[in-house]
Design a protein around this ligand. Structure first.
Ligand SMILES: [Zn+2]
Length: 118
């Protein structure tokens, strides 16, 4: 991938800006990137060790490369909200409907945050 460094820099800036704007300083978020395009088009996979206040985001750069700055920001907010509610999500991750309801709640909170952030 030719602009891997550029896309990685975009991801880091987007996530760090959101963490700062939402004052999510209580979780150590590691940002990783990959250039693999799997069958599933997943922009970012976020995992959290909530009991240790640690999270890891693995961003798929070929997908990031086609996102506008606004869509990347929206996705960064979504992933940060996942980090914020990880304790709750971990309780239902193997249950289909509760898991879908959590995803919906994350998206609703994401939309609300985007309404009030500059
Ligand atoms: Zn999600």
């Amino acid at each position: 991938m030719k602009d891997e460094a550029l896309q990685t820099a975009r991801v880091i800036e987007a996530v760090e800006n959101i963490l700062e704007e939402l004052n999510v300083t209580y979780v150590d978020v590691k940002i990783k990137t990959n250039t693999k395009m799997g069958d599933e088009r997943v922009t970012c996979e976020t995992t959290t060790d909530w009991e240790y206040r640690q999270a890891s985001m693995d961003w798929c750069l070929p997908i990031v490369a086609v996102l506008s700055d606004l869509d990347l920001r929206r996705t960064a907010v979504h992933e940060v909200v996942h980090v914020m509610v990880a304790e709750m999500e971990m309780q239902v991750k193997d249950k289909d409907l509760p898991n879908k309801l959590c995803e919906r709640a994350v998206e609703n909170v994401t939309r609300a945050i985007l309404e009030i952030l500059p």
